[in-house]
Design a protein around this ligand. Structure first.
Ligand code: UD1
Length: 420
């Protein structure tokens, strides 16, 4: 079994390069199924969700060449099956994007229910509602989703809930549909814009991505023959920004889009940190104990739920008492039990957690309960006195490229070791 051993405390200092966005990349890869051609995708994060996405595409018939660890060339001219491999699709959430893409490309797909982090109920009713509005017949039976359509037809779709996954999935299905689709109450996250930009580069006609109304005019064919670079990861950037504050360090993040980080920047300033916006890089530093703050997670441009646990580490160490209200996921406070093992004083009750700020954390053996919880534990370990052993690294490896290498470069005493 692998674990991360972190010995702290360390004030992080230096520069870190932000990777491509996981949540954009895991949608762009299945989106290549809509292309009857060859394309190259660059700035892919080197993480296990991407490796599994590539394996699924290969099982469906795509031919993938790795140009280097962050770039692939993918040939999707021949798709030989409409059955996605259940063992692989159950490993992560974004495997549901195969449905929208394959409905568009082949009018048919059978796929297992998606896996992913256990953050509470994760229904896909809005995805199904969208596919049905476009004329597909969707059934869910024995853990499998079957979707079929003779020819998808554009339609107006109103999302009852702001959903990243449903917005992207319906957008994928609508690209090759006949006529115009509008998605009302669409999610606005940067990765939605990135997937739309990718598809438009390949010949799609999508307008309004990044606003709450997206209009997709169906086209006959996507052409490929282009190279696309994935947008920088907003959540990885936010993780390092919050690490700078929690450790009272001074970090410059390279390869990031500061516009995507505004909600995080605002909260960092509120807790007493400093942020210098240099357009494509951002410097964050903090030279005092953070102030208390109240956080409510919201869809973009609100404070992202995927940075809530990392912010939880900052508030654990703040001067005063703070509250986090998690409005997206039911079970996103599992990490608080782990932080409490390190001396934090957090009481979580349903979707609300109360943080009584403590002066210091101390090292302890802790377990990642999900991907972002894992990142929070790494930050906590760097802040804590003594040794923190972090287990269940498969969660972290799903979404962070070389997390220990990046933190080590910033001065952290962190290593990955294999335990009997
Ligand atoms: C995506 C992100 C995830 C992030 C989340 C919210 C990916 C691969 N994952 O997940 O990291 O935490 O956005 O920013 O991009 N809902 C329904 N019905 C649906 C779909 C969603 O009720 O059909 C609800 C969910 O239960 C949740 C809320 O809508 O309460 C938001 O979910 P959604 O935006 O769809 O999250 P994901 O796309 O799964």
């Amino acid at each position: 079994m692998e674990k991360l051993v972190v010995t702290g405390p360390t004030q992080l200092k230096g520069e870190v390069e932000i990777s491509g966005a996981k949540n954009a990349a895991v949608a762009i890869l299945p989106a290549t199924l809509l292309i009857d051609g060859v394309c190259t995708i660059e700035n892919l994060p080197h993480i296990s969700d991407i490796e599994i996405s590539c394996e699924i595409l290969e099982k469906l018939g795509a031919k993938i060449t790795w140009n280097n660890k962050n770039s692939i060339t993918i040939d999707t001219r021949e798709i030989k099956t409409t059955k996605a491999p259940m063992d692989l699709t159950s490993k992560f959430r974004a495997s549901y994007y195969i449905i929208g893409s394959m409905l568009g490309r082949k009018g048919e797909i059978e796929v297992g229910m998606p896996g992913g982090c256990k953050l509470g109920a994760r229904p896909i009713d809005q995805h199904i509602k969208g596919f049905e509005a476009l004329g597909a017949n969707v059934t869910v039976e024995k853990g499998k989703i079957n979707a079929k359509a003779k020819k998808l037809k554009g339609a107006p779709i109103y999302m009852d809930i702001v959903s990243v996954g449903a917005t992207i999935n319906v957008m994928l299905a609508a690209v090759l549909a006949k006529g115009t689709t509008t998605i009302d109450n669409a999610a606005k996250e940067p990765h939605i814009v990135d997937v739309a930009n990718f598809l438009n580069t390949m010949g799609a006609d999508i307008r309004g991505a990044g606003t709450d109304v997206i209009k997709i005019n169906g086209v006959e064919k996507l052409h490929g023959d282009a190279t696309y670079s994935v947008v920088p990861d907003q959540i990885e950037a936010g993780t390092f920004m919050l690490a700078a504050v929690a450790t009272r360090g001074d970090i410059t993040l390279k390869n990031c889009i500061t516009k995507h980080l505004e909600s995080i920047t605002a909260k960092i300033i509120e807790v007493g940190g400093n942020v210098e916006d240099n357009i494509d890089s951002i410097r964050v530093w903090c030279n005092k104990r953070p102030n208390k703050a109240h956080i409510k997670t919201l869809p973009y441009p609100g404070f992202p739920t995927d940075l809530q646990p990392q912010m939880g580490v900052v508030l654990s160490l703040a001067n005063g008492n703070s509250v986090i209200n998690e409005s997206i996921w039911e079970s996103r406070f599992q990490y608080t039990d782990e932080l409490n093992k390190m001396g934090a004083k957090i009481t979580a009750n349903g979707k609300t957690a109360f943080f009584e700020g403590v002066k210091k954390l101390s090292g302890a053996p802790v377990y990642c309960t999900d991907l972002r919880a894992g990142a929070a534990l790494v930050i906590a370990g760097i802040c804590a006195q003594g040794e923190t052993d972090i287990y269940n690294l498969q969660h972290i490896d799903r979404g962070y490229e070389d997390i220990e290498g990046k933190f080590r470069k910033l001065g952290a005493n962190i290593k990955r070791v294999t335990e009997e």
